[in-house]
Design a protein around this ligand. Structure first.
Ligand SMILES: [Zn+2]
Length: 87
């Protein structure tokens, strides 16, 4: 049996094939990550919650490809664009 700290379900269990050919259980931390809009504070769409994508994934997978993508939500961006044009 694994050590007591790893018996907790707060750790994520991942089965990986090791170089010897066996499949072993790896215990990973559960990451909670969520990006929020800088203006209204709502969770952003199009931004992955998986920290592995944020850290190691391609840049195009990390945020929407538009101005202020990953910073402002679509509603706040529309408002900001309207304000900048009208001013
Ligand atoms: Zn917003």
């Amino acid at each position: 049996m694994v050590r007591p700290a790893l018996r907790s379900r707060s750790k994520r269990r991942v089965w990986r094939r090791v170089p010897g050919g066996k499949v072993k259980v790896f215990y990973e931390r559960n990451y909670v990550y969520e990006a929020y809009c800088a203006v209204c504070g709502r969770p952003l769409g199009g931004v992955p919650r998986d920290i592995r994508v944020i850290r190691y994934g391609p840049k195009t997978a990390k945020r929407p490809e538009r101005p202020y993508g990953g910073v402002l939500c679509s509603t706040c961006l529309a408002t900001a664009i309207k304000l900048s044009i009208r001013s």
